[in-house]
Design a protein around this ligand. Structure first.
Ligand code: PLP
Length: 382
């Protein structure tokens, strides 16, 4: 791995997650632009208090899977709240969204069925699909002509499921859900979306990509995480029709054979959802900051992929350029990460910047200034 230049090292943080970090090796006052902490709830005082209260009242953990003796009232309350948030019939909790994605396809689909998956879907969707015995079709990224061709081919199967990320984490682009749902209707298919990079902040009330694109009543299944915008602790879920959720409780292996969510984690997510259902002010503040960063960077001469999403990939092309620029940004107090092949396609290396509601306008402006200086130094800008 080292020989291929793809060894990943971990930077050690000595403070809470947030817009300003202290690193264990002494770096202080670092402005963090690479967390999925879109709404800044990971260190929100009310979220932390809710975790402490749940820990004291319900203990450290259950030492059990859900169906033996691992279901507490707070698990049921959180499932009900998630379903209400997404306006769905029911929800089921998992230890992570990776588990939710690993557990759904095998439980739902048989060898008589088909799953049609966007080629750039998250690794956990790919792994979940690998585990099931359905017929597999991979369509070109967000290419509706290709999806239609694959849906036609898949008519011979009993049931069809189209699976896509709502928002794609490497590019910050949003799946064309209106068109996907129209095709699904035409070819009698169900639609599944992974909303890890959308839940809590996309759409007028932060419900996600389906709300943003006006198809809440057309998407059948949503998987998402509690480990990003919704408090950032851990956990994932599936929400959708009650019979599907009932089936998952019986058949989904990561649910059946893994410990239930720790109370403190449940407390965080539950409070995060309360905050979001009370007001959409936090999500709106993040949107305004995203707009500020995207527009200032574009004016400075950079190309930012995606549109209106807090994932703002600064496209650089060359892998070495992305890596040295990211290092130099850290020397200027800005923590960002470069991504190159095999995480993204060859020749499409980038630095991914993620905006949070808790960044100040000054933080954003300092980031743009640092990019401009470092970009000029390394020849990414004229
Ligand atoms: N799906 C997508 C699109 C993700 O980005 C991630 C996290 O990186 C996951 C699923 C897994 O989520 P979790 O961290 O809850 O396992």
């Amino acid at each position: 791995i080292r020989g291929a230049g793809t060894w990943k090292s971990e930077r050690v943080i000595a403070s809470r997650q947030g817009p300003h970090l202290r690193l264990a090796d002494g770096g202080a006052g670092i402005i963090n632009f690479c967390a999925n902490n879109y709404l800044g709830l990971s260190s929100h005082p009310e979220v932390i208090r809710a975790a402490v209260e749940a820990l004291e009242k319900f203990g450290a953990g259950l030492s059990s899977v859900r169906f033996i003796c691992g279901t507490q009232s707070i698990h049921k309350d959180l499932e009900e709240k998630i379903a209400r948030f997404h306006q769905r019939e029911d929800a089921i909790l998992y230890a992570s969204c990776f588990d939710a994605n690993a557990g759904i396809f095998e439980a739902l689909l048989t060898p008589e069925d088909a799953v049609l998956s966007d080629e750039l879907n998250h690794a956990s969707i790919i792994d979940g699909i690998r585990l099931c015995k359905a017929n597999k079709y991979r369509y070109k990224h967000m290419d509706m002509q290709d999806l239609e061709a694959k849906l036609k081919e898949a008519q011979k199967h009993r049931l069809r499921l189209v699976a896509t990320d709502g928002a794609f984490s490497m590019d910050g682009d949003i799946a064309p859900l209106r068109e996907i749902c129209q095709l699904a209707q035409k070819y009698d298919a169900l639609v599944f979306i992974d909303e890890c990079h959308a839940t809590g902040f996309l759409g007028p009330n932060g419900r996600g990509t389906d709300e943003l694109l006006g198809v809440m009543d057309k998407v059948t299944i949503i998987n998402s995480t509690l480990g990003k915008a919704l408090g950032g602790a851990a956990g994932g879920y599936t929400t959708g029709p009650k019979p599907l959720i009932d089936l998952l409780r019986q058949r989904s292996r990561p649910y059946l054979f893994s410990n239930s969510l720790p109370p403190a984690v449940v407390g965080c997510a539950s409070k995060a959802l309360d905050l979001l259902m009370e007001s959409n002010a936090i999500a709106q503040s993040m949107a305004a900051k995203t707009q500020r960063f995207r527009s200032k960077m574009t004016t400075a001469g950079f190309t930012i992929s995606g549109k209106d999403h807090p994932i703002c990939p600064v496209m650089l092309g060359d892998a070495r350029l992305a890596s040295v620029m990211a290092e130099d940004m850290l020397n200027r107090g800005i923590y960002v990460i470069g991504f190159s092949y095999p995480v993204v396609p060859k020749g499409k290396a980038r630095i991914r910047v993620q905006i949070s509601a808790v960044h100040s306008d000054e933080d954003i402006d300092r980031c743009v200034e640092a990019f401009t200086e470092v970009g000029r130094k390394h020849g990414a800008l004229p």
